[in-house]
Design a protein around this ligand. Structure first.
Ligand SMILES: NC(=O)c1ccc[n+]([C@@H]2O[C@H](COP(=O)([O-])OP(=O)(O)OC[C@H]3O[C@@H](n4cnc5c(N)ncnc54)[C@H](OP(=O)(O)O)[C@@H]3O)[C@@H](O)[C@H]2O)c1
Length: 428
């Protein structure tokens, strides 16, 4: 079927064609995404900035029998390269009836925004053994110890990971809009979560996709660059480690949500592939590229009419910000839950009494606030606190906001960093 699509003599309607365009498809997760999408029957336009590497990747996939993969050059930081890709796609697909169906654009290309510092004892890319016995945190710590953050690398990180993604997306929007099932899948990262920011105002702005504009995002990124140059990253509440990568990924996620709001006909989602062994992580990841890519592909292949503006993590729809509210069944606590949920925050409404807590959560659900979940919490009972901490760890792996009345409460926050504690007066 795919050969028919690409035949220059093609004139007939291809009703169920799936077309995918993938950036940074020559290696790592991107190459695997191309392989898996092609294996799922999609026609894949594998793009890469380097012609030779891109052509070699396509050859490799052809060698696996995946003849529906074609190559087109794309450097996401180069406006003329972006324009050439858009023209190519338009001329190849723009006038065909296949646009009545599925077209997905996978924003995968990225750089680390850091300069690796090489330990001569293991060479450029460490082998698997280097990391055996290390857990995820230790591996990330190793990565951090073996890199430097420089101004040029940070700027390159923003240029590729945020502006590159945004510029290519915008160039392809007309084509995506003309498809009845146009999708954008941004390969996001847990490093782009707002918990790495300690500036509460910044966090609030980045999380509020309903009010945030692209212009404001540009201003915020401009501020980051100036703060980075001035050595004021920590002081101004930006992420301190892998700063540019985290800021760019957070901006990319915010942009995806802005786009989802502005273009309701498209499905615009972000997906975290997990911690994957690739050149980007210098092989330190816990997952194989196949495993990481399968999470991206699952989102690319969601049934039509699925979610938009969502973040997928570990194969599940996740939340950008998770808040716990203690004593959330009535009074101020309940109102705090309502307002947080109305701000697109996932809220864990807690109450010591199960029945009253469930009723309160149902009340908020009835108001259309579906991001509220209940969990029992008696703040003076250490086993109840431990059960809540376990629940948070398993369900979300993080906690961004703890809104608590000023009773003693010792939620274990070791899984979280920079926990903002919001206190309110106890309900009478
Ligand atoms: N690996 C992880 O643990 C992990 C975790 C979370 C998210 N991610 C995300 O997953 C995606 C893929 O990362 P990966 O781990 O597979 O990294 P990778 O193996 O280093 O691949 C990165 C790809 O991006 C391409 N690229 C870089 N700059 C480009 C540009 N200006 N124009 C076009 N292509 C460009 C690279 O091309 P060259 O070969 O020419 O450099 C390469 O094809 C990224 O968005 C990354 O942020 C990865």
């Amino acid at each position: 079927m795919e050969e028919t699509i690409f035949s220059s003599t093609h004139t007939s309607l291809v009703a169920d064609a799936r077309i995918a365009v993938v950036t940074g498809g020559n290696k790592g997760i991107g190459l695997e995404v191309c392989r898996q999408l092609a294996g799922n029957g999609a026609t894949v336009v594998l793009t890469a900035r380097d012609e030779a590497k891109g052509a070699a990747a396509v050859e490799k996939l052809h060698g696996l029998g995946l003849s529906s993969v074609i190559f087109h050059q794309l450097d996401v930081t180069d406006a003329s390269s972006i324009a050439r890709l858009a023209e190519f796609l338009e001329s190849r697909f723009g006038r065909l009836d296949i646009l009545a169906s599925y077209l997905v654009f996978v924003n995968n290309a990225a750089v680390g925004g850091i300069v690796p510092v090489d330990d001569p004892s293991f060479g450029l890319l460490p082998t698997e053994e280097k990391f055996s016995g290390m857990d995820g945190h230790q591996r990330i710590e190793w990565m951090w110890k073996n890199c430097r953050q420089t101004y040029d690398a940070a700027k390159a990180g923003l240029k590729t990971n945020y502006y590159g993604t945004k510029n290519v997306t915008e160039a392809l929007l007309p084509l995506l809009q003309s498809s009845s099932d146009g999708r954008i899948v941004n390969v996001a990262s847990s490093f782009g979560l707002l918990r790495f920011f300690t500036n509460e105002e910044l966090k609030r702005e980045l999380n509020d996709a309903d009010s945030l504009s692209e212009e404001r995002l540009d201003e915020l990124l401009g501020m980051f660059v100036r703060d980075f140059e001035a050595g004021a990253v920590a002081e101004r509440g930006w992420p301190t480690e892998f700063s540019a990568y985290k800021v760019a990924k957070a901006a990319m996620s915010a942009y995806a949500r802005i786009l989802a709001r502005k273009r309701p006909a498209l499905r615009v989602n972000c997906v975290d592939p997990g911690y994957v062994k690739t050149d980007l992580t210098r092989n330190s990841g816990l997952l194989t590229p196949e495993e990481g890519a399968s999470r991206v592909v699952a989102v690319a292949l969601l049934p039509a009419g699925g979610p938009t503006g969502a973040l997928f993590d570990g194969g599940k729809e996740a939340s950008f910000v998770v808040a716990v509210v203690t004593g959330g069944n009535k009074g101020i606590g309940l109102e705090v839950c309502r307002q947080l949920a109305a701000d697109s925050i996932t809220v864990v409404l807690t109450a010591r009494d199960e029945t009253r807590g469930v009723e309160a959560a149902e009340k908020l659900s009835g108001m259309g606030l579906s991001s509220v979940v209940f969990h029992q919490l008696e703040v003076t009972d250490s086993s109840s606190v431990a059960r809540l901490a376990d629940f948070l760890k398993t369900r979300f792996g993080k906690l961004d906001i703890l809104a608590s009345s000023p009773f003693p409460c010792s939620i274990d926050t070791t899984t979280t960093s920079s926990l903002p504690l919001v206190c309110f007066e106890p309900d009478q």
